[in-house]
Design a protein around this ligand. Sequence first.
Ligand SMILES: C[S@@+](CC[C@H](N)C(=O)[O-])C[C@H]1O[C@@H](n2cnc3c(N)ncnc32)[C@H](O)[C@@H]1O
Ligand SMILES: Nc1c(NC[C@H](O)[C@H](O)[C@H](O)CO)[nH]c(=O)[nH]c1=O
Ligand SMILES: N[C@@H](Cc1ccc(O)cc1)C(=O)O
Ligand code: SF4
Length: 475
Amino acid sequence: MTPARDPDATDRDAADLDDDFGFAEPSTDQSFENALAKARDGTRLSVDDATELLATGTDAEGIDPVRKERVLELADRRRREEVGDEVTFVANLNNNVTTACNTGCLFCNFKDSAHAFEADSDADHAGFTKTPAESRAIVEDALDMGVYEVCSVSGLHPALALNEEHHEILRSYDDPESAVNYKPPSAYATDPGTYVDQIEAMSVGGIHVHSMTPEEAYHAARGTEWEYETVYRELAAAGLDSAPGTAAEILVDEVRDVICPGKIRTDDWVAAMEGAMAAGLDTTSTMMYGHVETVAHRAEHLGVIRDLQDRTGGITEFVPLSFIHQNTPLYRHGVVDSGPSRDEDELVVAVARLFLDNVDHVQASWVKSGDAHGLKLLNCGADDFMGTILSEEITKRAGGDYGEFRSFDDYVDMITAIGRTPVERSTDYRTRRRIDPDDGPHGPRLGPRADGTPILPTRSGEGSRPEGESAGADD
Ligand SMILES: C[S@@+](CC[C@H](N)C(=O)[O-])C[C@H]1O[C@@H](n2cnc3c(N)ncnc32)[C@H](O)[C@@H]1O
Ligand SMILES: Nc1c(NC[C@H](O)[C@H](O)[C@H](O)CO)[nH]c(=O)[nH]c1=O
Ligand SMILES: N[C@@H](Cc1ccc(O)cc1)C(=O)O
Ligand code: SF4
């Protein structure tokens, strides 16, 4: 693995950009009507077909509302045929270990410059680094509330290494900071431990650990010759159960060059995902859209995911991540005026359902879209509604304002309101529990300590158990 970092790739680059990136105007040899006919017949769609459907035809500017409805209707029907009327969600928590990151992605306001975390720094920052013991305590509390999964994605802290051997390798470089983005833990106010330490700490009481994105796996192997599969095997031995397919953004390098020049390229992202699956882990897949890319880039991205799934079969879901723009460098520097429109959100979900014929589940996100529009997305091809998550940092810091927690009662009310069946799921969707809406109040039952007791909101936005009730209490 070679260092792929430009440590100066930050806001400066955004200021240098204008809105002309030299991307080709989307156009194909296919027509919208032919692409739609193929979708109706169930013929496998090409990338050009997907471009036409996402654009509601490249023959005219803007989204045609009538054509859009035709795409959504087909996708909703396909969803019903393939996965039925159940809407799934998982009892989970987010536990981000650190916000320290020097990668400089221009769509991200989650990260803080790692210098601010150094022991002798007096720079102000609103970020955090958790020790493994702190991560364990947070996961233990959530287990008591009944959660099934911990989802952990983090900044690429320069002191994070896979294990002690990795620390030794990184230390042995001349000028490790610029050569391999490394500074020893002793330089920082808080030591995050190693990746293995953090996974071991979170892997407690039978919880499902969903962590280590391709970008994090790259960081856990930087400066070494280790294969991704080897890295993921070591993490799996420490308790990792599945890997999140974030860091995908748009899997087209000319777009990555603009929005995340410090990140791994498309080929490397695919290699990391294959490594995770070769190590026996399930993965999820994502696309973060609605910034500088064209519909043709979105279609190409879907092609990368479908090819990967043809080869591996280990992708459990596709998660469209609608770009939240307000506090991001891309918006602050005038590179973009907004995130995607709701029409675009709907078309991305619908075309994902129609194009990704080998990925069973498409997620709607109440974090990105709010409840009302999230429910609309469940009628455009989506069949999963995320999870309880308890707390949220990525979208909140980007300026999103849809909250950090949904209770089981919230889920049951919302899902039954659109005439669908609420189902608690495991991360891999193989374990499912249909929920009887009339038998409330509702709480999780699939987590290792879950007994049906509701998770309640607290003022900080996190969930908690009703006062006085322990994990063992009957309901
Ligand atoms: C914040 S990173 C954390 C994990 C790790 N550093 C990585 O990049 O994979 C996780 C994902 O959050 C998503 N994200 C970050 N900022 C966002 C924004 N403003 N709007 C929507 N999604 C965003 C991106 O897709 C990114 O890959
Ligand atoms: N879409 C968002 C998610 N999705 C991840 C799920 O919560 C879950 O972990 C996954 O489906 C595996 O079971 N998480 C967020 O924090 N924010 C989102 O917008
Ligand atoms: N936490 C990510 C989303 C995500 C995480 C894990 C997944 O498996 C999928 C999506 C975000 O908010 O952007
Ligand atoms: S998206 Fe991930 S890698 Fe990029 S700046 Fe944010 S935290 Fe760092």
